[in-house]
Design a protein around this ligand. Structure first.
Ligand code: GAR
Length: 195
C-alpha cells in the first residue's frame, strides 16, 4: 500500500505538481488550500480530492487550524506536506500529526524564515541561498532540518529569477525527501533528523 500524503498549498502549485509527477511509494490523498489557489486545478487534473479551508470563515487562527486539521485528518494521511502553503500552522493542527508535517522553504534556514525568504536573502546580499525541507513545529520555519540544497545568487538576480532557480531545485528535493520519509522511518533526535 502506498503511503498517504496530504498536501497544503496557497499558490500556483508547481511544487505540488512535482509531488504529483513523482508519486511512487506514496499517493497524494488530498490537496487542501487556504484560498482559491491555482494549484487546486493541478490536483483536479490529476483526480486528487481537493478542499479549501479559508481563515476568514473562522473567528481565530486556532479554530481555523483545528478545522484544517479535521479536513486533512478525514483523508487519513501518513504525512502532511506544506508545499507553498503561506500560513503558520498552530498546535491545534500540528498536534493531530505529530512529527508528520514537513515544509519546503525557499532559503537556507535558519537564515531568512517567513513569507519573504527569497526577497530577504537577496536584500541581505548573500552569495548563496537555496531551499530547506524541515519538520514543522509551532514556530516560523524553526523545525528540525531534514535536507537542504544550495543555489548560487547572481549579481543580476531579482526576486523572480532567484525564486525560479530555487524552485527548480525544490522540484527535485521535495519529492525525493517525501519518498525517503515514507519508505524509511526517520529518526528525530532533538534537532537532528536522520533518514
Ligand atoms: C516555493 O518556493 C515554496 O518554497 C514557497 O512557496 C513556493 C511555492 O511555489 N514557500 C514559502 O515561501 C513558505 N514560507 P508554488 O506555489 O509554485 O508551488
Amino acid at each position: 500500500m502506498p503511503a498517504r500524503v496530504a498536501v497544503l498549498i496557497s499558490g500556483t502549485g508547481t511544487l505540488l505538481q512535482s509531488l504529483i509527477d513523482a508519486e511512487r511509494s506514496y499517493e497524494i490523498c488530498v490537496v487542501v488550500a487556504d484560498r482559491p489557489a491555482e494549484g487546486l486545478q493541478r490536483a483536479q487534473a490529476a483526480a486528487i480530492p481537493t478542499a479549501m479551508v479559508t481563515p476568514g470563515e473562522f473567528p481565530d487562527r486556532d479554530q481555523w487550524s483545528s478545522a484544517l486539521g479535521d479536513t486533512v485528518a478525514a483523508h487519513s494521511p501518513d504525512w502532511v506536506v506544506s508545499a507553498g502553503f503561506m500560513r503558520i500552522l498552530t498546535s491545534a493542527f500540528l498536534d493531530r500529526f505529530p512529527q508528520r508535517v514537513v515544509n519546503s522553504h525557499p532559503a537556507l534556514l535558519p537564515a531568512f524564515p517567513g513569507a519573504h525568504g527569497v526577497r530577504d536573502a537577496l536584500a541581505y546580499g548573500v552569495k548563496v541561498s537555496g531551499c530547506t525541507v524541515h519538520l514543522v513545529d509551532a514556530g516560523v520555519d524553526t523545525g528540525p532540518i531534514i535536507a537542504q540544497e544550495s543555489v548560487p545568487v547572481l549579481l543580476s538576480d531579482d526576486e523572480d529569477s532567484l525564486h525560479t532557480r530555487i524552485k527548480t531545485v525544490e522540484w527535485e528535493l521535495l519529492p525525493r525527501v517525501v519518498e525517503q520519509l515514507v519508505t524509511r522511518a526517520p529518526i528525530v533526535n532533538g534537532r537532528k533528523v536522520e533518514l
